[in-house]
Design a protein around this ligand. Structure first.
Ligand SMILES: C[S@@+](CC[C@H](N)C(=O)[O-])C[C@H]1O[C@@H](n2cnc3c(N)ncnc32)[C@H](O)[C@@H]1O
Length: 378
């Protein structure tokens, strides 16, 4: 992470951005820098908002924003970033749920038996059931995201001070069941009994412990496929500025890589392989067409001065010219978009997209990212 981004993450008002990791998020500094230079009163939109980094940056500056993502996991995290609640409200809700006598449905399989201690899994299942059964409030949205952030991650060296509920696992994505079980058996790693209150309290202190002066006026995060124009009805004003990063070309596993978090918010207790609302990746042409539909929809909702700032990249495993795919998508659009500036986002991203494998590091990364600054021909 670059120096500026590291110091930002230490500022109390930005701590909430770390409520739950999300694979391939961009650094908060990216939207913040652009938004700080933007005129007052504008309306911002992120059609691929992920964990809501653009929306969170806008919120801290009092700027109205809308965010769409087709992944319910992303939406649950992004919503928490715009929630207005306090540490005590969240902790009271946690206690309330843990103290009820709900008899939750507890998933059973070899994976679950190795991933979590029986008592820990029962408490997590209770929180899951309690949150699904109660009406949504800012405190419940926040508690849900905090639990999602504590679900899996590396074991803490100090046994009495765990940060995560699980046996040794990656933090950013959930490893697949068969692989995980083989790993735990081979390393003879039995799950530890974790009091779920400890990681939750730690996370609450981290993200809500500082100054909580979020303006929290805007809550326009929606689980929506941004290729579908009918979804844009909820955007009430013309869009002035788009800041986004579309899915990387070759990456459509946003839901299945987060399958444990998906289970927590109501998904199945096994890997969710179907992700119908994700942008198509069958071929570069196919991908360009999908992106083009989003640019068309934005154009139909945009103000005359609309600008788009788009960070785009691709996974090293898919050979394609990312610049060409992206420019094709603009060219096919019904609108007269043109790129007035583009730059390599290389050093801003390299090393940051590394995947954790069962807590360790690999060198898997997006090969290159570019930032495109776009407006309409007048
Ligand atoms: C590179 S990530 C965005 C990360 C985001 N900038 C952040 O900081 O968290 C791309 C996102 O696009 C979403 N996505 C893929 N297809 C979509 C679609 N058709 N409509 C809306 N979102 C989609 C994925 O679920 C993923 O969250």
């Amino acid at each position: 992470m670059g120096g500026a981004a590291r110091s930002l993450s230490r500022e109390p008002r930005y701590k909430l951005n770390a409520v739950c990791p999300y694979y391939t998020m961009f650094p908060l500094e990216f939207p913040l820098t652009i938004l700080r230079q933007a005129p007052k009163g504008l309306v911002v939109f992120d059609p691929f908002c992920g964990r809501g980094t653009t929306n969170f940056a806008a919120q801290t500056l009092g700027i109205k924003s809308y965010g769409y993502d087709s992944s319910p996991i992303a939406v649950a995290i992004a919503k928490a970033k715009l929630a207005k609640t306090s540490a005590s409200e969240v902790l009271s809700l946690m206690e309330e749920i843990l103290e009820t006598d709900i008899d939750p449905e507890v998933p059973q399989s070899e994976f679950w038996a190795w991933a979590f201690h029986t008592e820990t899994l029962r408490a997590i299942s209770k929180l899951r059931q309690g949150l699904m059964d109660s009406p949504e409030s800012d405190a419940s949205i926040m508690l849900r995201a905090i639990v999602m952030g504590c679900l899996h991650g590396p074991l803490n060296k100090v046994v009495t001070n765990p940060s995560y509920f699980s046996n040794q696992m990656p933090r950013t994505f959930a490893s697949k069941p068969d692989y995980s079980v083989r790993y735990w058996k081979c390393k003879k790693l039995k799950p530890r009994q974790i009091d779920v209150r400890i990681p939750i309290r730690k996370k609450v202190a981290l993200v809500l412990g500082g100054s909580n002066d979020s303006l929290s006026k805007f809550r326009n995060i929606q689980c929506a496929d941004s290729r579908q124009y009918s979804n844009y009805r909820s955007i009430k004003e013309p869009i002035d500025l788009v800041i986004t990063s579309p899915p990387y070309y070759g990456m459509r596993t946003y839901v299945q890589d987060q399958w444990l978090r998906y289970w927590f918010i109501g998904g199945p207790p096994s890997v969710a392989y179907e992700a119908t609302d994700q942008v198509a990746h069958l071929s570069p042409a196919d991908f360009s067409v999908s992106l083009c539909r989003v640019w068309d929809n934005i154009y139909n909702k945009a103000s005359e001065q609309v600008r788009m700032v788009i960070r785009f990249g691709g996974l090293s495993s898919r050979r394609a010219d990312y610049d060409e795919i992206f420019r094709d998508s603009l060219e096919q659009s019904a609108a007269d978009w043109y790129v007035y500036y583009s730059r390599n986002a290389g050093s801003a991203s390299k090393g940051r997209r590394q995947a954790d494998v069962m807590g360790g590091r690999t060198t898997t990364r997006a090969i290159e990212e570019r930032d495109y600054f776009i407006r309409l021909y007048s």
